[in-house]
Design a protein around this ligand. Structure first.
Ligand code: SIN
Length: 313
């Protein structure tokens, strides 16, 4: 019989952050501690003895997340998913761009095993650090026999890769699933599931393209007094795709529309999303510009980049 294993991958973040003293909640350096140190601060990890493998893939502040780290991470997760003995994977990550990494892994790998990203809002050295509990909760979710897909665990909540969004710069429950709601709660070491685990269609063939430069796909924020020169400047700098975060239900400022349509006519892929943090866009047509209702602007940026990568010869 194959012995079951779980793998914890370290990428950095506040969960691995070190501050000057135990009151330093906001002044610290993210990503300083290795994943081994994080596990050694978790007495309950002893219960996992012999069943955990640890790999340090990066030690970054996730605001600085790079294509290189994503390539290393995606390939590591793909390799581990293919191992018969690996039942689940936990990834420690900063909160700032965690929702983007979760969406990227979901889109690329759509795993049938749990791949659980977790984080912290207080550095490991803080009084009342939240990382150890989040890490333990993430291990609990990764060991849940029915769990599958890319999941985000923070403050006792399990969020899906399409919905998870950082909504607060300081509070411990900084990540929200908006009005889609959480998939599950982790309570006293038990997983209470409310919604289906995430599913998707994997695009594994893109793994081999991740060393190429990512297509240029900036996000434009729709706002009062918007001006077309922003679009023109981005197109002149080689933008291959543009994601517009519209102020409402797909609405486009009249002074942006012509520039966006002329970018589209020149072969630039333009996609509308909403900058509203809750809900979905409704009742729209794909004219004058296509829209992706399910995705926030940063996630649409990833989806559009992967589409463009796929279309490359
Ligand atoms: C980071 O995203 O790496 C720093 C902020 C955090 O983890 O909360």
């Amino acid at each position: 019989m194959v012995e079951k294993k779980w793998v914890v991958l370290g990428t950095g973040g506040t969960i691995a952050g070190v501050g000057q003293d135990e009151l330093a909640h906001t002044s610290y350096t993210a990503g300083r501690l290795g994943v081994e140190r994080l596990l050694s601060a978790l007495p309950a990890a002893a219960d996992w003895s012999g069943r955990l493998e640890l790999e340090q893939l990066a030690q970054v502040d996730s605001k600085d997340m790079s294509a290189a780290v994503w390539a290393v991470l995606a390939r590591a997760v793909a390799r581990l998913l293919d191992r018969q003995d690996v039942q689940g994977i936990v990834i420690t990550h900063g909160t700032d761009t965690l929702e983007e990494t979760a969406f990227f892994l979901h889109t690329l790998l759509a795993p049938l095993k749990p791949v659980v990203l977790t984080c912290a809002m207080r550095p490991a050295t803080a009084l009342g650090a939240d990382g150890p509990q989040n890490l333990l909760d993430a291990l609990t979710v990764a060991a849940e026999p029915r769990a599958r897909g890319v999941l985000v665990v923070c403050a006792g909540r399990v969020l899906g890769p399409l919905d998870a969004q950082k909504v607060h710069p300081y509070r411990l429950d900084a990540l929200s699933a908006g009005d889609a709601g959480v998939i599950a709660y982790v309570e006293g070491g038990q997983v209470r599931q409310l919604r289906a685990w995430p599913e998707g269609r994997a695009r594994r063939h893109l793994l081999e393209r991740l060393d190429r430069p990512w297509p240029r796909v900036p996000v434009i924020l729709g706002h009062a007094l918007a001006q077309e020169w922003v679009v023109e400047a981005l197109v002149s700098q080689g933008a291959q795709g543009l994601v517009l975060a519209c102020p409402g239900n797909g609405s486009v400022h009249q002074d942006l529309l012509a520039a966006l349509q002329s970018a589209q006519a020149c072969g630039v892929r333009v996609v509308r999303t909403s900058r509203c943090p809750l809900g979905r866009m409704v009742g729209l047509s794909q004219e004058p510009l296509p829209f992706w209702s399910e995705l926030s602007a940063v996630k649409a940026r990833i989806a559009l980049s992967l589409d463009l990568m796929e279309a490359q010869p």
